[in-house]
Design a binder for this molecule. Structure first.
Ligand code: CO
Length: 633
């Protein structure tokens, strides 16, 4: 028996779980020296959702964040979470991108690669593990933990053995939903320790409240390393607090060696940041304690709930919670972790909102059913499969075998903006978001004093340049009339070129703006008198427009709140034109909702006599999209 080693997740998973990943590099830098001197085994600082959120919402270069952290952390190992072949994205990338990304991550400062596949499909881990081994850094492979008839102790042990054979230096039990109970944790760790000779690390989430006991039982069973977070970023859907664990193990053979004084210095710092930003402490709600019924990870619960709010369907919350285990069973018991959590979650929402199972399926669900994410742990229900993909064939090869190399293509496409290989990788992972970021960076480099700020909703659907009237030090000074109506923008995160953090309330509290500071410059106090997002347009007129009732006309309505697109991509032709003859089952448009593209199909044969919305318009639940004139009458 020996000392327990501890990984701190405060700079990655903890704020991803509790603060919607909104910790900025400026928040991080001042405490790094203290963290480096605390004696942690490692600091998880990169990967997961941090990369995407840095670019998309914080307008930061994630690579620069990693380098900035590496400059300060000289003693402690830096760790990242990698979604296997999906890297830090939501679908698989070609092998050459995976290899290059891992090589550059190591070069920029990562010491430990924690790698998982949402389905525990080992084929999806082959290339990332090999690439990480090639860098000479530590390769930690994950056994994703979940509960289902096929996820037995044997399954986990066999998976871990194979991961060792593939070259893993250590094994992580990844319990993203906090489903691992204390005594199962004891059995699992014991079984792993007995069958493989590798360090075992336990990653769990507090959620329902068992995590502290789960960690302690794992330690008793021989776990070598555990994950915790600083107390202001612990509890709730995050990790258990380090302070409690360290205290509990004092004067035992597993004493961590960490000093509580050091830990509380870190805690005090993050508590200050938390209060400044107005984030809540981690709490366990009753739905969190019901996690064994619905199996949804805490972070996903929050997302799912806000998606239902967006859909104005909060009253269907219980139905969605009940639907999730059913969809998970139908689709072969995938563990719920990015991206399968989104896939199962949105399908459950669709099933509930449309009132019919699998009537509407986002492209990602179809891809999943076709095997493009890998093999589900158990077979997919045949009837459901037919309903979702019809006669389309499923694939049997490793999904990334179907992806042609993309590095050179990305290099060419990103050439006008990219200043480094890291930029090309950023582009390869998130092309649209990357281009927007590069443009922002160029503008910022051009004129540091710009009073304009970029703003986005939490879901990133809407971008706006906002001019700030009478705003100084984060406080809005004058009331004034004539502000824009923020009717369809619920929440804006303003990335201000200022040092102020605060809140301004518009007329209504629900439109409070959360201000954030970013790199350089100050707000120009004289900058205009109205708040006008650049691309905001008043389409309330459109939405309330009454469609004249026509005889023999069938209404196609939006089954979901989202954005209407007439084509599959900006350069593709529209699915249908006015006057087109369409058949039942034919795709009419796409409504993008919950970050997924949902095809809307005709449910009758007939002629398109009205297209009631414009490309890019926001559509409400039940809003008429098309009128189709049918023959009979
Ligand atoms: Co986690």
């Amino acid at each position: 028996m020996s000392r327990i080693k501890i990984t701190d997740t405060s700079l990655r998973d903890a704020h991803q779980s509790l603060w919607a990943t909104r910790m900025t590099t400026e928040d991080i830098l001042p405490i790094l020296n203290q963290l480096d001197n605390t004696g942690y085994h490692s600091l998880e600082v990169w990967g997961g959702a941090t990369f995407d959120v840095c670019l998309r919402y914080l307008k930061e270069d994630p690579w620069e964040r990693l380098r900035a952290i590496r400059r300060e952390i000289v003693k402690t190992k830096l760790q990242m979470l990698l979604r296997g072949q999906s890297l830090l994205g939501y679908a698989h990338y070609p092998d050459d991108i995976v290899e290059k990304f891992i090589e550059k991550s190591a070069e920029n400062g990562i010491d430990i690669f924690r790698i998982f596949d949402a389905l525990n499909d080992l084929r999806n881990l082959k290339v990332p593990i090999e690439a990480a081994r090639k860098t000479g850094k530590h390769v930690q492979a994950c056994v994703v933990y979940t509960i289902s008839p096929v996820h037995t102790l044997d399954h986990f042990v066999e998976t871990a053995k194979e991961l060792k054979a593939m070259g893993a230096d250590s094994i992580c039990i990844k319990d993203m939903a906090g489903l691992l109970s204390p005594y199962v944790s004891f059995e699992l760790v014991k079984a792993l320790k007995e069958s493989i000779d590798l360090p075992i690390q336990l990653h769990t989430h507090y959620i329902g409240g068992m995590a502290i006991a789960t960690l302690l039982k794992a330690i008793e069973a021989g776990a070598d390393i555990i994950d915790t977070a600083t107390v202001p970023l612990a509890f709730g859907s995050s990790q258990p607090p380090v302070e409690t664990i360290v205290r509990a193990l004092q004067d035992t053979e597993w004493n961590s060696g960490l000093e509580l004084g050091d830990l509380f210095a870190v805690a005090d710092y993050f508590e200050k940041i938390r209060k400044q930003k107005g984030f809540e402490r981690g709490v366990t709600r009753i739905t969190d304690m019901k996690v064994f019924d619905h199996q949804i990870p805490g972070g996903m619960i929050t997302n799912l709930y806000s998606q239902l709010e967006e859909q104005k369907a909060v009253d269907r919350w219980d139905d969605v919670l009940h639907e999730i285990p059913q969809v998970r069973k139908d689709l072969g018991y995938p563990p719920l972790v990015t991206p399968t959590s989104q896939i199962i979650g949105i399908q459950a929402v669709m099933n509930v909102l449309t009132g019919e199972r699998y009537k509407m399926c986002p492209g990602e669900v179809k891809d999943y059913v076709r095997g493009l994410y890998g093999n589900p742990p158990a077979p997919i229900n045949e009837e459901v499969k037919r309903k979702i993909i019809g006669d389309l064939e499923t694939i049997t090869v490793r999904p990334a075998d179907l992806l042609p190399p993309a590095w050179e293509k990305c290099q060419q496409e990103a050439a006008p903006f990219a200043q480094s290989d890291e930029d090309v990788l950023t582009y390869a992972l998130f092309p649209q978001v990357a281009l927007k970021y590069f443009e922002y960076r160029q503008n910022k480099e051009g004129k540091d004093q710009t009073p304009a700020v970029a703003a986005e909703t939490m879901t990133g659907q809407k971008t706006a340049a906002v001019q700030l009237p009478g705003l100084k030090n984060g406080k809005r000074r004058s009331g004034g009339d004539g502000e824009m109506d923020l009717e369809d923008i619920k929440e804006l995160i303003l990335l201000l070129d200022s040092t102020s953090i605060g809140e301004i309330n518009l007329q209504r509290p629900e439109y409070s703006l959360l201000l954030r500071k970013s790199a350089a410059g100050t707000i120009d106090d004289q900058a205009g008198t109205t708040l006008i997002p650049a691309d905001w347009k008043d389409n309330t007129a459109d939405m309330s427009r009454t469609i004249p009732h026509k005889a023999n006309c069938h209404e196609v309505t939006a089954p979901i709140v989202g954005t209407f697109y007439e084509a599959s991509s900006p350069d593709a032709p529209a699915f249908v034109q006015l006057g087109d003859q369409v058949e039942s089952g034919q795709i009419l448009c796409i409504v993008e909702a919950m970050k997924l593209m949902n095809e809307i199909k005709a449910d009758v044969d007939g002629k398109i006599v009205e297209i009631a919305v414009g490309n890019g318009d926001t559509v409400e639940y039940g809003q008429i999209l098309f009128l189709i004139e049918t023959e009979q009458g």
